[in-house]
Design a protein around this ligand. Structure first.
Ligand SMILES: Cc1ncc(COP(=O)(O)O)c(C=O)c1O
Length: 418
């Protein structure tokens, strides 16, 4: 076997895709599984996007196009972020294959080895591997349930004061996995700290339309922040277009040009017909989008309220996103399972014919331990079936014991401190 690079050998990946693979293989053997592990939409892509994408293929918009993105999408995206108070024109916008590539481009365009990057944990699992790519140094500080998982400006202040090379902050509001939402005041305070420093911020905002308390606020709308912020958006969540792989970022034109070179030298460009679908969605699918957001909100409430009734589980309705992030420390302590172990038990061990797929909070870093993350990617009836199954599954102590015999790696060595 060829010798792999240390980067390839050490790269950690998004666990949701591994749990998805287990869920799919169980389904292939005939087991019924409610899949609440992956952060995807159960709804079809919005109608104008579909129609425009199909038409674009028929009209042969199928060749290469500019690395920075089609001018019409860059313009539409600049208009779109106006909704969040961001003043941008097409020169401030770049298109890529979803929001995720901007984690790579942000690191490659702006980081040097040993640059410190403040991350609020638990965090989206691909932030750290993308920093590892360039040798930047993640500095993780915990979000707290008591703060409703909002980023605290004092952590940014302490990072600036104490780190030997403070260079960047990754913000993600609304937040995956916790559902926390930064308020306007939180972002004002962070902007005041960032202004006048060398700090750059990746503001990862894929859930910008899924704010259930208050309104979506972006750091980039604060004065002077165009010098500091790369704000990333995606068609994946708001328009149910995750497989189209189209997202965009808004930043200073010099940063946009640098990221354009990174795209030029890697993927070349994003598919033009997919970009034209995105233009149609941005311009003409707001009504369907808002209807979908209402449905997500009701799903989140259904799931969250149902989970809150289970013994050993404690959860508030999330302020945003389509995730619910319950505290299961008591249930884990009682069953002797880690939270990831509990998730895998619910999928594999609790029943022979039925399972629920979700993620242990530690899939998002050690700060997530003791929590589970559920998405709302299934129809309501399936969410209800999962909710009926979970309390019953958590009383089957014999099955937990048998599961732990086969999977001793999921045993909880030291009880969680609630
Ligand atoms: C916080 C966060 N960032 C980025 C992404 C990736 O989005 P995309 O599918 O548009 O690349 C996700 C998707 O789940 C996410 O939750």
């Amino acid at each position: 076997m060829p010798r792999l690079s240390s980067l390839a050998r050490n790269l950690t990946t998004e666990t949701a895709f591994s749990v998805l693979a287990v869920a799919r293989s169980l389904k292939a053997t005939g087991k019924e599984v409610v899949e609440l592990e992956i952060g995807d939409s159960p709804f079809p892509s919005t109608p104008n996007a579909k129609e425009a994408g199909i038409r674009a293929i028929q009209e042969n918009r199928t060749g290469y196009c500019p690395s920075l993105g089609l001018p019409e999408l860059r313009r539409a995206a600049a208009g779109f972020v106006g909704e969040f108070g961001i003043e941008a024109d097409a020169d401030h916008v770049i298109v890529a294959s979803g929001a995720k590539p901007f984690e790579t481009y942000f690191a490659e365009a702006l980081m040097e080895p040993d640059d410190g990057v403040l991350i609020f944990g638990p965090q989206f699992p691909t932030y750290v591997p993308n920093l590892n790519r360039v040798g930047a140094r993640p500095v993780v500080v915990p979000l707290r349930a008591e703060d409703r998982f909002r980023p605290r400006a004092e952590h940014v202040a302490a990072f600036l004061r104490e780190d030997h090379r403070p260079r960047a902050v990754i913000l993600n509001s609304p937040h995956n996995p916790t559902g926390g939402v930064a308020t306007g005041a939180d972002l004002d305070a962070i902007a005041d700290l960032v202004r006048g420093t060398e700090l750059v911020v990746l503001s990862d905002e894929p859930y910008c339309h899924m704010v259930w308390e208050g309104t979506h606020e972006s750091l980039l709308s604060r004065p002077g922040m165009m010098e500091h912020v790369v704000a990333a958006y995606t068609m994946s969540k708001s328009y149910s277009m995750s497989g189209w792989r189209i997202g965009f970022a808004v930043a200073h034109p010099d940063v946009i040009q640098a990221m354009g070179k990174l795209i030029n030298t890697s993927s070349s460009c994003s598919p033009p017909f997919a970009q034209l679908g995105a233009v149609a969605a941005l311009e003409r699918d707001a009504e369907t989008r808002d209807e979908y957001m209402g449905r997500f909100r009701r799903k989140v409430e259904r799931l969250s309220d149902g989970l809150a009734t289970i013994e050993g589980v404690s959860v508030d309705r999330p302020a945003g996103t389509f995730y619910v992030f319950p505290d299961v420390r008591q249930a884990c302590n009682r069953l002797g399972l880690t939270s990831h172990g509990l998730a895998m038990y619910l999928l594999q061990g609790a029943d022979d014919r039925f399972g629920v797929a979700c993620l242990g909070g530690e899939c998002f870093g050690p700060e997530g331990a003791g929590f589970l993350r559920f998405s709302c990617a299934e129809p309501d009836e399936q969410i209800d079936r999962a909710l009926a199954f979970l309390p019953e599954a958590m009383t089957r102590v014999d099955r937990v014991r048998r599961y732990l015999d086969v999977h001793p790696e999921h045993a909880l060595a030291v009880p969680y401190v609630p």
